[in-house]
Design a protein around this ligand. Structure first.
Ligand SMILES: [Zn+2]
Ligand SMILES: [Zn+2]
Length: 294
């Protein structure tokens, strides 16, 4: 029997919490607003896949008791992956540009609702919201699901909302391809490639005697396609650079300041090795002219 329609189910008695048991019989309570994996024909539940890639993903929009029967139906809003959008929807031009810039594990929350049986719901997941204008966003690691933009699936063409355009070239940030630098003075991200085209730049003068902490404080706020920097490259070095700048300033100006003994752990993992191994180039900011894009 096909699932009843969204319209029908939305009139059924609402439900606040549904308890679901997983493979190990651990109960999870599912609530409206929660993000979920949903089993589909590609999933063999006797031998479930190790990663979440194959599952459909959605948000519980509402939950309803099935009249005169046991059980519960969810109305979900679907998350679309890049592949879903490309294969299932006709896109307008801006949407195509935005979807081309999707990173790995990026999803977009749609307005497309369906009814699912609560029993096909596997587990709750987290889809992190990422505002890519923000240079202080704490890390989103490789393999974590995240979303930046909202998808409107209405005819005739799908449209997106919430796309940020960056740099002098006014394009979305593509973490698979772009390396970007942030200017604190004017609060904008710029593509390293566009900066290089506009100016020759000069090598950032780290001296041998400078400590690794000072080097972090002086490094650019940088993000994007940086090899081996899986747990911070998507969101950037901003939080660590700002912390290091504060510590260095305090060490220079406050005789009573003591560096926290575990300061290294407060910076994102692998950043110290990255800074030790990398030569940075300085560029003038295209907007404010400050020589801050080191
Ligand atoms: Zn650019
Ligand atoms: Zn600037």
């Amino acid at each position: 029997m096909p699932d009843p329609s969204v319209r029908t189910v939305s009139k059924w008695p609402p439900h606040d919490v549904t308890m679901l048991s997983d493979d190990d019989d651990i109960l999870t309570d599912m609530r409206v607003g929660e993000e979920i994996f949903i089993a589909n024909k590609d999933i063999n539940l006797d031998n479930p896949p190790a990663t979440g890639d194959l599952y459909w993903k959605g948000v519980i929009d509402s939950m309803h008791r099935i009249p005169k029967k046991k059980g519960c139906m969810f109305i979900v809003k679907w998350f679309y992956s890049k592949e879903d959008v490309v294969t299932l929807l006709k896109m307008d031009t801006n949407t195509k540009v935005a979807v081309d810039a999707f990173g790995e594990h990026e999803l977009t929350l749609s307005d497309h609702k369906d009814v699912i049986d609560s029993l096909t719901c596997q587990s709750d997941i987290i889809v992190h919201v990422f505002n890519d204008n923000d240079y202080l966003r704490e890390h989103i690691e490789k393999g974590w699901w995240y979303q930046r933009i909202i998808l409107k699936t209405n005819n005739p063409s799908a449209r997106v909302k919430g796309v940020n355009l960056h740099c002098t070239c006014q394009t979305p940030y593509n973490p698979n391809v772009d390396i970007q630098r942030f200017c604190i003075q004017c609060s904008h991200w710029y593509d390293a490639d566009c900066l290089r085209r506009a100016s020759d730049g000069s090598v950032l003068p780290f001296t041998r005697s400078e400590s690794i902490l000072v080097k972090v404080a002086k490094m650019p706020i940088i993000r994007g396609c940086l090899k081996g920097q899986d747990n911070w490259s998507l969101v950037g070095s901003g939080p660590s650079v700002v912390k290091a700048k504060e510590w260095v300033h305090a060490l220079e100006t406050d005789d009573n300041f003591i560096l926290p003994p575990e300061w290294r752990d407060q910076l994102v993992k692998n950043l110290l090795d990255f800074v030790a191994d990398t030569t940075f180039t300085t560029f003038p900011c295209p907007e404010c002219g400050e020589d801050t894009l080191i």
